[in-house]
Design a protein around this ligand. Structure first.
Ligand SMILES: *[C@@H]1O[C@H](CO)[C@@H](O)[C@H](O)[C@H]1NC(C)=O
Ligand SMILES: *[C@@H]1O[C@H](CO)[C@@H](O)[C@H](O)[C@H]1NC(C)=O
Ligand SMILES: CC(=O)N[C@H]1CO[C@H](CO)[C@@H](O)[C@@H]1O
Length: 329
C-alpha cells in the first residue's frame, strides 16, 4: 500500500513535470505570452500572402491567429498596437473559404457562418468574386478580402496545447534525440531547395544539420536510411539530403554556424573536397554518409538539428521508467 502510494506520488510528480513547461509559460523566444487569453503570440511584420502566412505559423509550431472571443480580440489588439504601432491596421486572420467558395472556416476547421457577429457590417460579400480570406481588423472584426496580396499576420499558440520535449528543450515533438551526440534531429521528407530548407530549419529554431565527426555522419546516414518515406513521388533529387554547410560567400566551405567544415577528403564523395570556386555552393550528404556539393536551387530532403540537453538525460529516463511500470501495480 505504502509502495503504491509512493509510486502514485512519483507518477504525480512526473505529470506535473511534463506540464511544467505550461507553468513556465514559455513556448519560444519570439512569442509573447498573454495571460488574459492564455496564449503565445507573434506579430509577423514582413507581409505575406494568406497561404504563406498560414504556412509561416505552422512552421513555427503555431497557427494563424483569429480571435476566439472578445476578450482575446481585445488583449491581442492591445499587444499588436503597443508593440507594432506603425503596422498596417489589419492583418490576415486565420479564416478563409479557400477549400469551398463561400464556406468560411477557421484554420482549425471550425465553420464561420455569415451570421457570425465578428463580420464587419456588409461582409462577407465576396466582392469581385475573389474575396476568400479573412482580413482581421484591430477591433476584432473581419472583412472578407483577397488572398494573394501581402499583409502582416499574427501567429498563435494556446497554452493548453503546449507540449515540451525536455531532451530537445523545445516544443516541437518531431525531433529525435541522440544521447551519444547530444543533439536532436528531424529528417524532413518534403523536398525543398537548400535555401528553403535553411529557412524551414530556422523557423523551427534549428539549423541544417552540421556534422562534426564520423560517428555523426554515420548516424545521419542511418537516420536517412531508416526513414520510411525516403522515396517518394515528385520532382526532386533522390539519393541525398541537404546539410548545414555551404560556400555561398566563395570563401571556402564552412558550416552554417560559420565554423570550419571538417577538413578531411575522406568525408567527401570521391574523396574530393571541392575548391572555393566550385559553381555549386551548397552542401548535401548521400545516403551512404558521404558529402557532396550541390546547386542551391535543387530540391531534396534535408535534416535539421537542435541542441539537446544532456545533463537532464538521466532524470528523464528514470521518470519514464516509473510511469511505464507503475501502471501494472
Ligand atoms: C502565395 O505565394 C506563393 C508563392 O510565394 C504562391 O505559390 C501561392 O499560390 C500564393 N497564394 C495565394 C493565395 O495567392
Ligand atoms: C533551453 O533553451 C533555452 C533557450 O531557449 C535556454 O535558455 C535554456 O537554458 C535551455 N535549457 C537547458 C536545460 O538547456
Ligand atoms: C526500465 C525498466 O526496467 N522497465 C521495465 C518496465 O516493465 C517492463 C515489463 O512490463 C520491462 O520490460 C521493462 O524493462
Amino acid at each position: 500500500m505504502f509502495l503504491k502510494t509512493f509510486l502514485l506520488f512519483l507518477f504525480a510528480v512526473f505529470i506535473s513535470d511534463s506540464y511544467g513547461q505550461r507553468a513556465n509559460k514559455f513556448f519560444r523566444h519570439d512569442y509573447t505570452y498573454i495571460e488574459a487569453s492564455q496564449g503565445f503570440y507573434k506579430v509577423h511584420t514582413a507581409p505575406k500572402n494568406f497561404t504563406e502566412a498560414r504556412r509561416g505559423c505552422a512552421l513555427e509550431g503555431a497557427t494563424l491567429y483569429y480571435p476566439e472571443n472578445k476578450n482575446e480580440a481585445r488583449a491581442v489588439a492591445s499587444f499588436w498596437k503597443t508593440t507594432q504601432p506603425t503596422l498596417n491596421s489589419w492583418v490576415y486572420g486565420g479564416i478563409s473559404a479557400l477549400i469551398a467558395k463561400g464556406v468560411f472556416e477557421t484554420v482549425d476547421h471550425k465553420l464561420v457562418t455569415a451570421m457570425d457577429e465578428n463580420w464587419h457590417a456588409g461582409e462577407p460579400n465576396d466582392a469581385l468574386d475573389i474575396e476568400d480570406c479573412g482580413w482581421l481588423l484591430q477591433d476584432g472584426s473581419y472583412w472578407d478580402g483577397r488572398c494573394d496580396v501581402k499583409y502582416p499576420y499574427i501567429c498563435k499558440k494556446t497554452l493548453r496545447s503546449l507540449e515540451w520535449d525536455y531532451n530537445c528543450n523545445m516544443s516541437n515533438l518531431d525531433y529525435r534525440f541522440n544521447e551519444d551526440i547530444g543533439k536532436c534531429y528531424k529528417f524532413h521528407t518534403t523536398p525543398l531547395t537548400w535555401t528553403e530548407a535553411y529557412a524551414v530549419c530556422s523557423a523551427e529554431q534549428s539549423r541544417l544539420a552540421v556534422i562534426t565527426d564520423k560517428s555523426e555522419a554515420d548516424y545521419l546516414a542511418q537516420l536517412g536510411e531508416s526513414t520510411a518515406e525516403r522515396r517518394g513521388d515528385g520532382n526532386y533529387l533522390r539519393g541525398l539530403f541537404h546539410m548545414g554547410f555551404h560556400n555561398r560567400f566563395n570563401e571556402g566551405w564552412q558550416t552554417v554556424k560559420g565554423t570550419a567544415l571538417v577538413d578531411d577528403a575522406e568525408f567527401w564523395y570521391g574523396k574530393y573536397q571541392p575548391g572555393p570556386n566550385d559553381p555549386d555552393q551548397c552542401g548535401s550528404m548521400f545516403f551512404n554518409g558521404l558529402l557532396t556539393q550541390i546547386n542551391c536551387d535543387l530540391r531534396s530532403f534535408f535534416i535539421c538539428e537542435h541542441e539537446g540537453v544532456t545533463e537532464r538525460k538521466n532524470s528523464r529516463v528514470i521518470k519514464k521508467y516509473i510511469v511505464a511500470n507503475s501502471t501494472r501495480l
